[in-house]
Design a protein around this ligand. Structure first.
Ligand code: SF4
Length: 280
């Protein structure tokens, strides 16, 4: 699906800047920091520099928007893979303001703003109760403790689509009561996956399966992105090891690497997306 992005659920990736500061356990093995270091850039930490981009970079979404308009289709833009749009730091304010402008100027693109700092969303965007239809807002949650902290902030955001990224999934999640609140369904989409890369932590297969079941019960669209570095042993004919995670049944898993581990869960792939009807 991805045209210029390696992420299955988006067509494009746009970064208003590079660089960030770690905020929770999911950040421990931040792939963006690793990638930036590989490029020779030291951009992580409260006082580290951030990398900013040229005019040509900022013109790219305008071109994607025009292509989407001509093709009469909507395209998704993931923002941001190398930063957190809602990081609070004065040196980011200009780029952030520019991002809001470009979002408003590209109505044929759906902008997926994913953050680990949902507490900053409402005062950082200029839209108050009049959000553009082409903004989807999501927060990352890796375990129940983080879910309880971040979900109230996400649910206070009046965006047309709200979503969760449960990747890397580092613990069991019980989200049923967040999926149905006061008779309405405030979460439209869940993306889940295990960790990949060096020092990856295993995702217990039960965590993925129970999250899928919760989504099915509440009719929340579900996308299973990957097992990550570790795969359940029954998926692959490779030497397995017994993985024992706190409060979980021991499970046989394989250090397969992301590619081999694949993205089959309960015998199939899961590529759910929020209903297109919301764009009618
Ligand atoms: S918030 Fe995202 S980009 Fe920032 S350190 Fe954490 S994982 Fe990396």
């Amino acid at each position: 699906m991805a045209k210029n992005s390696h992420i299955e659920w988006t067509h494009h990736t746009f970064n208003p800047w590079w660089g960030c500061k770690k905020v929770s356990p999911a950040c421990d093995n931040c792939y963006a920091e690793t990638w930036a270091k590989r490029m020779g850039q030291q951009l992580w930490g409260a006082s580290a520099d951030r990398r900013f981009f040229s005019e040509a970079h900022w013109r790219e979404p305008l071109k994607w928007n025009e292509d989407a308009r001509v093709a009469k289709r909507r395209e998704r833009v993931f923002c941001a893979s190398m930063a957190d749009v809602f990081e609070r730091r004065a040196i980011l304010n200009n780029e952030r303001a520019r991002l809001w402008e470009i979002i408003e100027a590209t109505p044929h693109l759906d902008w997926l703003l994913l953050t680990k700092r949902p507490q900053h969303i409402l005062y950082m965007v200029p839209w108050e109760n009049n959000w553009p239809d082409n903004v989807w807002v999501g927060t990352s949650i890796e375990n129940q403790r983080v879910a309880e902290q971040r979900l109230p902030n996400l649910l206070s955001v009046p965006a047309r689509i709200r979503f969760l990224s449960c990747e890397p999934l580092l613990g069991p999640l019980e989200l049923g009561s967040w999926f149905r609140r006061d008779g309405f369904y405030p979460i439209d989409w869940v993306i889940a996956g295990g960790e990949s890369g060096a020092n990856s932590r295993p995702m217990h297969p039960d965590w993925a399966s129970t999250l899928l079941r919760q989504c099915q019960r509440s009719k929340v669209a579900f996308h299973f992105k990957q097992w990550g570095h570790w795969a359940p042993a029954n998926l692959l004919n490779l030497p397995a090891e017994t993985v024992e995670l706190a409060n979980e049944r021991p499970v046989e898993m394989v250090r397969a690497g992301k590619k081999l581990a694949g993205r089959i869960l309960q015998g199939t792939t899961w590529d759910g997306l929020p209903s297109p009807a919301v764009h009618a």
